[in-house]
Ligand binder design. Sequence first.
Ligand SMILES: Nc1ncnc2c1ncn2[C@@H]1O[C@H](COP(=O)(O)OP(=O)(O)OP(=O)(O)O)[C@@H](O)[C@H]1O
Ligand SMILES: [Mg+2]
Length: 257
Amino acid sequence: MIEISHLCKSFGQNIVLNNLNLKVNSGETKVIIGRSGVGKSVLLKNIMGIVQPDAGSIKINGVEVTGLSEKEYNKIRMQMGLVFQGGALFDSMNVEENVAFVLDEFMDLDRQTVRNRVKDSLAMVGLKDVEKMMSSELSGGMRKRVSLARILCMEPQIILYDEPTTGVDPITADAINNLIVELSHKLKVTSIVVTHDMTSAYKIADSMVMLYHGQVIAEGTSEEIKNTKHPVVRQFITGEAEGPITEGENLIFGHAK
Ligand SMILES: Nc1ncnc2c1ncn2[C@@H]1O[C@H](COP(=O)(O)OP(=O)(O)OP(=O)(O)O)[C@@H](O)[C@H]1O
Ligand SMILES: [Mg+2]
């Protein structure tokens, strides 16, 4: 479904993605972990076509998307949604307007259909009667859920989540995790989830990758990552270093690709 090969992205002297390879199968939930600043959000933005890669290939559903025109990319974006780290809602709009924004912009639907889709997608994220609230009045957790609802109403095949549970209480986090799993199972959505939260990661991942120095340094199931002896990964998931960091060490587990 998503195949990334030799992806490179630098900002000036700052090499962020360095020959990164990643494959996400149809219907799979792939979790991406890695320290702050390693390039997780930049990777998602490359997939969405918000950031242009310097080199490499990104194939979505078999289509090479690097180098597509805005118009052509918009067709690809219709199948995809990115839940931004901070929610990326328009504060000057109410919840209904925010959720309906992309529908209104890109789809030719009548008012009532839009209204129903907005209501249904808000219900899916556990929000009711919030349509007329201004975005600026929402709590952090509500903003996350509204931004997810905005994507759900597009009925996408692929959802990219940038830290969907960061900054929300544990119960809301668990509800968001359940929703990610449910969307994957019921609607066969293919998902990439960036998270720092290992409890969430283990719960939702079909497979997990860790980014380090612009590359994938480990890949495996939750169980494999939990039991890894890779020192960099261990240090990340437990907060304890078990040995020195070996530059360029590359351990890919035998998980079915
Ligand atoms: N538009 C940009 N212009 C210049 N540098 C950028 C830009 N976007 C990201 N960067 C840089 O790219 C690097 C990776 O940033 P990114 O936001 O992807 O990190 P991250 O892994 O998502 O971190 P976090 O876990 O804190 O969200 C950082 O050094 C950041 O400063
Ligand atoms: Mg980020």
